[in-house]
Design a protein around this ligand. Structure first.
Ligand code: HEM
Length: 234
């Protein structure tokens, strides 16, 4: 109860869900990179993570983590706004030393959430959702392609607009995560004056590698579609 009722509890919960989401993204990025080296291997993973009970349980935990993180972000923002009262409007000049991402975490988070909606439409709605509905006897989309991750990746990134939107979304995610990483560790209490700079460096490197991992897949499949003439703009 303390976690939800006190502001430090809410911030702690937000940091813990943030770390959990970064760990999920690391797994997701490594899984996606398999598609470049072994499309068959990637499809085998997609089949394994289809609409089985363990995949559905994982999706439910993940959705809970995302929802809690987003809800707490709005709650903390609202709380800060209320605490500052009219002073929120009196201060217009922002101190230089405060990084851009830290002042725009909510806007960056909203951009990432918008990107996620696009992502769910492109993948989840055509894969796991199709399988779930099929299980209930409802036909939606093409169930024969529901576990064919490579097919959906090829189709999605053969469209230059979608590929570009993914790169923009990944850019916003980079800013959100690089700030979120050290901020979460500071809230959790494993950062101090000495470790602050080190965590920042580790966080920036780690997040850059994860984002590059995602971007490599987008660019590789877009370039492939240009080379084999399947790009939807040709
Ligand atoms: C190159 C970029 C990406 C590709 C190719 C990709 C691909 C996929 C695929 C194939 C699925 C599985 C759909 C299913 O079986 O239902 C999926 C699910 C998902 N992706 Fe991505 N993804 C990418 C980037 C991202 C990013 C950047 C995020 C987070 C900001 C993200 C978050 C998710 C989530 C939350 C799910 C749902 C997982 C679940 O159902 O348990 N993905 N993605």
């Amino acid at each position: 109860m303390w976690l939800i009722c006190s502001s430090i509890g809410r911030k702690l919960l937000m940091s813990v869900t943030g770390v959990f989401l970064i760990l999920f993204l690391t797994f997701h990025c490594v899984m996606n990179l398999v598609v470049i080296f072994s499309p068959e291997g990637y499809d085998a993973i997609c089949k394994f993570l289809g609409a089985n009970w363990y995949a559905l349980a994982g999706t439910a935990v993940l959705a809970g983590g995302f929802l809690l993180h987003i809800l707490l972000a709005f709650l903390l923002y609202w709380q800060n706004l209320k605490a500052r009262g009219k002073a929120a409007y009196a201060v217009t000049a922002k101190p230089k030393e405060v990084e851009w991402a830290s002042q725009n975490m909510l806007a960056l988070g909203i951009t990432v959430a918008a990107f996620l909606l696009l992502h769910f439409w492109n993948f989840w709605a055509k894969m796991q959702l199709v399988e779930i509905l099929h299980g209930f006897g409802m036909e939606f989309g093409d169930v024969s392609k529901a576990a064919d991750g490579v097919y959906h990746i090829r189709n999605t990134f053969a469209c230059p607009v979608t590929a570009a939107l993914y790169l923009v979304g990944l850019g916003a995610l980079w800013f959100h995560l690089t700030h979120g990483f050290w901020s979460a560790l500071q809230t959790i209490g494993i950062s101090n004056q000495v470790w602050f700079k080190r965590w920042r460096c580790i966080g920036n490197t780690y997040v850059t590698l994860v984002i590059l991992g995602f971007a490599v897949v987008v660019v590789t499949f877009f370039v492939q579609s240009l080379c084999n003439g399947t790009c939807c703009a040709l």
